[in-house]
Write a protein of this length. Structure first.
Ligand SMILES: CSCCC(=O)/C(O)=C/O
Ligand SMILES: [Fe+2]
Ligand code: NI
Length: 189
């Protein structure tokens, strides 16, 4: 189940609000300029699938996003808990950073947790299969896949070079909850 928890950025212990309903999550995120939508993700793709398999399975959705939004490049992160480099992958996104383009991610299997730092608040978004999130350029954020990653996310870029991040040097991410390993791994492929 997808979930949004909103915190004051100075108080990591008690959320101001928690939403588990897709429409409520979308409304709260849309209100601060963040895209959040439910897309069909019913192709038989499991974490660990290759980038080529995932792109072939979701070619129509990718083409639609590229056409409508002018994205220039696409790649895939597909990880399961036994990946030998899972700790390094996790570390790459764990600290607060920004991008000079919107961060658009379509989860086609499993789950991952984005945390956005906006206007004095922290928006922790647990994204699951079928969720499409679009974080505006320049928004400080971080991403956690837990110590036991289990997800496939399609990433769209306007920059032909793909993923480029600017780290803020702030340690705020260390004070907020990390993702707990997803519990429905065997049921929500
Ligand atoms: C869920 S896609 C991997 C994370 C990523 O690309 C990013 O920029 C996280 O902030
Ligand atoms: Fe990012
Ligand atoms: Ni779930």
């Amino acid at each position: 189940m997808s979930r949004l928890r909103i915190y004051e950025d100075t108080r990591h212990d008690t959320p101001l609000a928690v939403y588990e309903d897709h429409a409520a999550i979308a409304a709260a995120l849309n209100a601060v300029g963040v895209r959040f939508e439910q897309w069909e993700a019913n192709q038989p793709i499991a974490p660990g699938a290759s980038q080529d398999e995932v792109i072939a399975a979701y070619r129509q959705d990718i083409d639609r996003l590229m056409r409508e939004n002018g994205y220039q490049a696409v790649d895939v992160i597909s990880l399961k808990p036994d990946h030998p480099d899972r700790a390094a992958f996790r570390q790459k996104f764990l600290n607060e950073h920004t991008h000079s383009e919107d961060e658009v991610r379509f989860f086609v299997a499993g789950a991952g947790q984005f945390t956005l730092h906006l206007d004095g608040k922290v928006y922790e978004v647990l994204c699951e299969k079928g969720d499409l999130i679009g974080v505006p350029d320049g928004t400080p954020h971080w991403f956690d896949m837990s110590e036991s990653p289990y997800f496939v996310a399609i990433r769209l870029f306007t920059n032909v070079e793909g993923w480029v991040a600017k780290f803020t040097g702030e340690d705020i991410a260390e004070r907020f909850p990390r993702m707990t390993p997803h519990t429905s791994a065997s049921t929500d492929l």
